[in-house]
Design a protein around this ligand. Structure first.
Ligand SMILES: C[C@H](O)[C@H](O)[C@@H](O)[C@@H](O)C(=O)O
Ligand code: MG
Length: 394
């Protein structure tokens, strides 16, 4: 029996949480006055949805092989991403063998260089790549971590991102990352509030539990430096994504400015081995945080991770559900992972891409046994109750 070929590629859109996890209803911690590059405009300060953080929605890529096996993946991308899949990328998949993952990635990347390189195009390529790995795993009846060379640990450990690190500590997570609520436009008063929030949380969790701040690209170098210096007395473990992703020079300066022992992290909005080479070679950060659904997929993250390893940098992927769990299990320089608390009050563990993926594993007591990832491919199926829409039917 020869290697199956790819018969059909289909791109669907989905709304409501899931891979576009910022697409939440009112009252969710993830949309409660979080500092962003748009916070300088008061009308866009309270809710990130007002400026469009959830405008894209979820892209679902479905790939059907000649033997009837279907692989799929979800990522952030919605209708524009569906257009790119159906009108442009599908031609490189349909007729190819299911094992042609490297070649397909190169053709998708090279053919979109004139309008891609980062952002939505690399999100789209990532979604296709993840679906290809899911398909290959399902055909070979192996979980993706085994296709990647096998796990280096029997258990994953997680830090939790959300408004309640104190609750995350009680749930067994190894640390808590809080969103930053006030940006430079709110001046010294906002900076004081940021530090007060951190001080309060440090009081609740005691001296040893990891506390981190996620600044979501919202600061300038001077403000980030003052925040880091002020946060040092509260044992801030790392300051995340303080500056806009293209300000490699600012990150290199910030890394020199922060107090000794404090880590600088970034990368969730960076893409491809070339973007991460820039971060690493310019000494921008101690930990890179690629999102496997946004940086180029598993095929690219393997390359990014090897680069980071050569620079003694950790690779702690931005929370992306099973897609990062299978990767983290296989890399020595990924000793822990992120879990995004998607319950509105960050007070319980729910699947990160809820409600889209059936069989999506969650950490128990802040950990995940490798056995939770032993199903073929990424081990999840699309929730049939989710309303799929195929905007560019072929
Ligand atoms: C909590 C942050 O503001 C983002 O919403 C979060 O998705 C991302 O930055 C993260 O690191 O989890
Ligand atoms: Mg972040």
């Amino acid at each position: 029996m020869g290697i199956p070929t790819i018969k059909h590629v289909r791109a669907f859109t989905l709304r409501g949480g899931g891979a576009d996890y910022h697409d939440q209803a009112d009252g969710h911690w993830i949309d409660d006055h979080i500092a962003t590059p748009m916070s300088k405009y008061p009308e866009y300060r309270q809710s990130r949805r007002t400026f469009g953080i959830n405008v894209l929605g979820t892209l679902v890529v479905e790939i059907e092989a000649s033997d009837g096996t279907v692989g799929f993946a979800v990522t952030t991308g919605g209708e524009p991403a569906a257009y790119i899949v159906e009108k442009h990328l599908a031609r490189f998949l349909e007729g190819a063998r299911v094992t042609d993952i490297e070649k397909i990635w190169d053709q998708m990347y090279q053919s979109t260089l004139y309008y891609g390189r980062k952002g939505i195009v690399i999100n789209t390529i990532s979604g296709v790549d993840l679906a290809l790995w899911d398909l290959l795993g399902k055909i070979r009846k192996e979980p993706v971590h085994q296709l990647l060379g096998g796990a280096v640990r029997d258990e994953l450990q997680f830090y939790a991102t959300g408004a309640r690190p104190d609750l995350a500590q009680k749930m067994g997570f190894i640390g808590g990352k809080m969103p930053l609520h006030h940006g430079p436009a709110e001046g010294e008063e906002g900076l004081r509030k940021n530090l007060e929030e951190l001080a309060t949380m440090r009081e609740r969790v005691g001296p040893d539990f990891w506390l981190m701040l996620d600044c979501w690209m919202s600061l300038d170098l001077n403000y980030a430096t003052k925040l880091a210096v002020g946060a040092h007395e509260y044992g801030l473990k790392w300051i995340e994504e303080a500056l806009p992703p293209d300000d490699y020079w600012g990150y290199a300066a910030l890394r020199n400015n922060v107090p000794k022992g404090m880590l600088v992290t970034t990368g969730e909005h960076e893409a491809t081995r070339w973007g991460f080479r820039m971060l690493l070679e310019m000494g921008c950060c101690d930990i890179i945080q690629p999102d496997v659904g946004w940086c180029g997929g598993i095929t690219e993250l393997v390359k990014i991770s090897a680069l980071a390893d050569a620079h003694n940098a950790l690779v702690i992927p931005h929370g992306s559900s099973v897609y990062s769990y299978h990767f983290v299990a296989t890399r020595h320089n990924s000793p822990f992972a992120e879990f995004l608390m998607m319950a509105p009050k960050a007070d319980e563990v729910v699947p990160m891409f809820h409600p889209q993926l059936l069989g999506e594993p969650v950490p128990v007591n802040g950990r995940m046994r490798l056995s939770a990832l032993d199903q073929p491919g990424f081990g999840v199926t699309l929730n049939p109750e989710c309303q799929l829409h195929r905007p560019y039917n072929r």
